[in-house]
Design a protein around this ligand. Structure first.
Ligand SMILES: Cc1ncc(COP(=O)(O)O)c(C=O)c1O
Length: 416
């Protein structure tokens, strides 16, 4: 019989990982309190739980004016609208991220301009971003991917030089810090998701951190159907000139996020300790590259953990490895497609206004993103954060499974 679980052998991990989201009586009490209050929804905005969430979240990230809203996609669209960015304006996005990072500018009528990533951290390459700037460039959206942070020093310098708005996509970066400053407080805006898999969740939800109160009030007008929030004390000031929609967060969701914030610091610490243990253990496995940690990335937060393999040394490609790891009971996946391969952005494959109006920006045959292609199609392995909540045993088993697969790589590639 094969040693490998994918070929019928015994699994390395037989226990399920700790479930996510974590909940207890506090969540039930918080939701019950909202139900009894009769104030369930997001109107009038912000309700008491939503206002409390805004102030607690800004405190957690260490600054900014927080505007809770429906999810971590509209956060970016709202940031662009609040900054006056729209039709035909160019917005630079990295080639390795969830498609929402580019769909959000398109929802605002802007054109996402894809640039390659840095092989050391898989985040936006600031030099590639610099080369993509044109007279139409208005904003830049670096994504802090998985557990890494984009080089915010270089990105902020670029933005300052060219007068660009910076929206940090922090869907994966709750609690992360760059040079001691919270993710999302460095650029003009920080966009956070509270979707169910995220390390702070309310089931669905999002929070936009804004650099100034003026921007935050504009964002509030956009998410509240264009009701004016620009008046004294944040009160209604007649209809806003900003076009809006209903992207409000409900009080029930805000109540859940508030309980999540109480748990967050201990969970983040546990993940960080276990990830450091994982860095050490993986550095001994041939064919595995631990992504480099920039010393300016002073606090890491772990939504997922990415490492890279060299398929030739390791013996298999990353998709085969991830399938084998899953069979061993270790939660692993290949992660995102390279952005220019998402079907959403294919010319002629989309009825969306933006690609049809600006076809030259979607002619990917003339563009090259070799680092993202290598990462997304050959070498990246994404490990789920729940492994870090299973103690040292969780990490030991993941590494043991990797070594087992490597030892049997020839048999596995013959079967693949
Ligand atoms: C990098 C990134 N940006 C944005 C989003 C969108 O967040 P939401 O699902 O809350 O709209 C996600 C969600 O998975 C994400 O991973």
């Amino acid at each position: 019989m094969s040693e490998l679980a994918i070929l019928g052998g015994p699994k390395t991990r037989t226990e399920p990982y700790p479930a996510w989201p974590v909940w207890d009586q506090r969540d039930i009490d918080a939701v019950t309190e909202v139900i009894k209050s009769g104030h369930w929804g997001g109107y009038p905005y912000p309700g008491p739980k939503t206002a409390e969430l805004a102030s607690k979240f800004a405190e957690l990230q260490g600054g900014g004016f927080a505007v809770p809203m429906a999810n971590g996609t509209v956060t970016m669209e709202v940031a662009l609208r609040a900054a006056g960015i729209g039709w035909g304006d160019e917005v630079i996005v990295p080639a390795c991220t969830f498609q929402a990072t580019a769909a959000a500018p398109m929802n605002a009528g802007a054109v996402p301009i894809i640039v390659d990533i840095d092989p050391n951290n898989y985040c936006m390459d600031p030099q590639a971003a610099a080369k993509a700037i044109t007279p139409r460039t208005r904003a830049i959206i670096p994504v802090h991917l998985a557990s890494n942070m984009a080089n915010m020093d270089a990105i902020m310098a670029l933005a300052e030089k060219h007068n660009l708005i910076v929206i940090e996509d922090c869907a994966h970066a709750h609690g992360a810090k760059w040079n001691g400053r919270g993710a999302g407080t460095i650029g003009d805006f920080g966009s956070f998701s509270l979707q169910s898999s995220k390390t702070l969740t309310s089931g669905e939800g999002g929070i936009l951190l804004c650099r100034s109160e003026v921007l935050a009030r504009k964002a509030m007008a956009v998410i509240d159907c264009g009701r004016g929030h620009e008046g004294e004390g944040g009160g209604e000031a007649g209809p806003s000139p900003l076009m809006g929609g209903n992207f409000r967060l409900s009080e029930l969701q805000a109540a859940l996020a508030l309980v999540g914030i109480q748990r967050f610091p201990a969970q983040a610490k546990e993940r960080e300790q276990m990830a450091a243990y994982m860095d050490e253990a993986l550095s001994e496995v041939p064919g595995v590259r631990v992504l480099r940690r920039d010393p300016r990335h002073t606090t890491r937060s772990f939504y997922q953990y990415i490492f890279a393999i060299d398929p030739a040394t390791f013996g298999v490609e990353h998709d085969v490895l991830c399938a084998a790891l899953e069979a061993e009971g270790v939660l692993a996946e290949v992660g995102y497609q390279a952005m220019h391969h998402y079907s959403l952005f294919q010319p002629g494959n989309s009825r969306l206004a933006v690609p049809n109006a600006f076809p030259e920006c979607f002619d990917f045959s003339r563009m090259s993103f070799p680092v993202a292609e290598r990462a997304c199609e050959h070498e990246a392995v994404w490990i789920d954060e729940s492994i870090f909540r299973a103690g040292r045993q969780g990490v030991d088993e993941a590494v043991a499974a990797l070594k087992k697969i490597q030892k049997n790589a020839r048999e596995l590639s013959q079967a693949a």
